[in-house]
Write a protein that binds this ligand. Structure first.
Ligand SMILES: O=C(O)CCC(=O)C(=O)O
Ligand SMILES: [Fe+2]
Length: 322
């Protein structure tokens, strides 16, 4: 395994407080070294998507998804592109080009070396227009134990200008604390499943304001991609031109040998983890939830709690033997 002899195997190499030392052992060429330094310092890095077939794949995906999304592919002045379904989740299950982008071997290999564990894609999102989502971090949706073994890769499927509502992000925000339910005094277990980001919006906005942190926009060329770290604040800026499409594919990646769960609906200190049933989009196979090699199952946790409860009770009524 890549990481076993390290001092901090439970921290992604690229997010490590020992990053400068780790960098020497990450087997990166000079371009990849630049990517690692950018991702470490700013929480994002831009790459040219490493697939000679990318233009053809993009054309096919757009042509296949446009009718089901009720969108025309033209950016014509008279054709308004707002509202509508807005996204297709996990098209990798039925669309070979979406799956091939998610499972790109060069991207997986690069992420694996940046993080020190093997990466695998677990979710795709295809967006025909801007999401206009407020700034958020994905760490409340999908997190890992150990934390931060998650990242997103956002691929521009056309040239994107300011009017189309480009992806935006707050450079450096990945280094801020991961805002948790514990921090905001909220219980997560059993909460309304539609409220994933909303409980954290005020605090994220307050931290951005307190730092006076600038928001940058990704005015991408078709075929460029942006890798973001698990805790980077990002969102979709306002679509000021209603005739613009903003075709993109986001692939979210986890890394091997972790437990995968939704922090927004968990109370970690109480052992209540909303574990996810993760499938590797590269091969369609399920991935176990592991903690230091041990498989986590929600029901197993309850049994352990039950056993210790009865043990304590027996201990209380036990007769002294002498
Ligand atoms: O494309 C966007 O505007 C944001 C997408 C996003 O937040 C995500 O996929 O995690
Ligand atoms: Fe996101």
């Amino acid at each position: 395994m890549l990481y076993q002899s390290r001092l901090l195997p439970g921290v992604p190499l690229v997010e490590s407080p020992l990053f400068e030392n780790e960098l020497e052992h990450m087997e990166l060429d000079s371009t990849e070294r630049g990517i690692a330094i950018q991702l470490h310092g700013k929480g994002y890095a831009v790459i040219d998507f490493p697939d000679p077939e990318i233009d053809a794949r993009i054309d096919r995906i757009r042509n296949r998804l446009a009718p089901e999304l009720g969108i025309t592919n033209d950016n014509a002045p008279e054709s308004i592109k707002t509202g509508g379904k807005g996204r297709v989740q996990d098209a990798w299950k039925r669309d070979e080009d979406v799956r091939a982008i998610a499972a790109n071997a060069k991207v997986i290999d690069l992420l694996s070396r940046l993080y020190g564990r093997r990466a695998f894609p677990f979710q795709t999102l295809n967006f025909p227009i801007g999401t206009q989502q407020p700034p958020h971090t994905d760490a409340v949706h999908f997190s890992s134990i150990p934390e931060r073994f998650m990242c997103g890769v956002w691929l521009a499927m056309e040239d994107i200008d300011a009017g189309a509502g480009p992806l935006c992000y707050v450079p450096g925000s990945h280094k801020w604390p991961i805002v948790s339910n514990t921090m905001i005094g909220r219980r997560g277990w059993g909460q309304d499943p539609t409220l994933v980001q909303e409980p954290y919006h005020d605090v994220w906005n307050a931290i951005v304001a307190a730092h006076g942190a600038p928001i940058e926009h990704f005015l991408a060329r078709k075929g460029q991609a942006l890798i973001w770290a698990a805790n980077l604040l990002h969102g979709g800026s306002t679509q000021t031109d209603p005739t613009r499409t903003r075709w993109s594919q986001v692939t979210h990646y986890f890394f091997d040998d972790c437990a995968y769960y939704t922090p927004a609906f968990s109370d970690e200190p109480l052992g209540r983890l909303a574990l996810r049933k993760i499938v590797n989009a590269a091969d369609g196979l399920p991935r176990p939830n592991l903690y230091l090699g041990e498989t986590l199952k929600p029901s197993a946790r309850k049994k352990i709690m039950g056993r210790s409860f009865w043990k304590r009770l027996r201990g209380r009524f036990a007769q002294p033997t002498s």
